[in-house]
Unconditional design. Sequence first.
Length: 457
Amino acid sequence: MLRTTLVAGAVLASLLAPTAAHADTGGDAIPALTDARGRALTLRGWNLADKAHSGDQALSGITEKHFRDMRAKGFNFARLVVFWDDLEPRRGQYSEAYLRKIERVLGWAEKHDVHVVLDAHQDVFGPAFGHRGIPAWATRTDGLPFTPHPDDWFSEYFEPAVQRAFTHLYEDPDLRRAQARMWRVLAERFRNHPAVLGYDLINEPMGELREGEDLPTAARRIEREQLTPMYNRLADEVRSADRDGWIFVEPTPIVGEGVPTGLGRVDDPRVVYAPHFYNGGMEAGADYDPAAGWIENYEQAVTAYPKEYKVPVVVGEWGPLNNSLPNMNRFFREAMASLGRYSSGWAGWEWCYGGGYCAVDGAGAFRTNKELTAEPYAEAVAGTVRTTSYDSGAGVYRLDYDSAARRGPRVTELSLPPGAWQVAARGRAIVLRPQQGKALVLAAPGAPVSVTVTRRG
């Protein structure tokens, strides 16, 4: 970075005179996620999860190769799955070995310039029900029954024992304190790590349905009466250790069916709304149905909360089970366009090497249609974004922004996927020669800037 800046120094001298800044759009606009320098961030990446290993082997399925390969294809974000049952296998005894394993993974992220959000993951609550997440010692069922559903694991969330376990987690004072302490341990350990952007407080939280409730009604009540106070408690605990990390909060997964959340305000200045983007039919292996209006309904539902509470959006998980069905090319194109309209980024499920949900095959090549997730984008904009768009057919990305209104040029970073790209800027700005998948735009303070990235060949 220093050498590049020196090369451009002579040209930049002519850009230093300030010009009038343009105002933000305001209104019901969803705010941008920002970095420590105040630049508007866009996160594009994948979940990293090792559910197969625990204890001494925890996180052994994640290697430096994951970060190197993601960055090489233009991605700058990883949502790293961590498990409370690995961190605190016995009540009050936190695993130093597990913390060191997380630290090793974060070191790879830092090396390859990847932002990380630590995700306290749970599937069907945790190991008491044959999954991962909340420790068995923190699982209380009141003796209610549980029947496994190996062919439809998500339906296990509706087993009485699982639902009651969520109620105890939300309501029992000692479990509340234990969950808060777990987050304080993580925040204290990683608050100063340069790769850590923030903390996702619980993955896909669920709860207990009451007699006579349909699922959307129950979801909104759980979000309003149990998740909102839980997020406020946990945010306070994280903030007691880390003043700067972003706090990611999720609704229940029911939002994926186009149901607006019942979440209330989380009283913290650095909150990110982090819904997931899954459709029940596609999760069961069905093809995308463009006529059903699912993406449009989801976008309308999911944007209500961030508009009301003025918080940025990062979609924490998305991606169909079967990505090679006839309509999936259209799905990926329409999904990417939708995500670009309202979010500060996303993490697909998941970066692994193989079949199923994996982004790439064993040789590291994108699996069918998943190459459409690799687009040019502005990783960090030093100013206020006015418009941004990508025409995947033409291979043209456009960014219009007003450079930050303060003396001295500011640096905007563009991410370029593999391939040949031409980058041009109009306004009081220059573009440095793209290299290693990035281009830099240096602009005068307060200047309107237009950037065009065009695929060559």
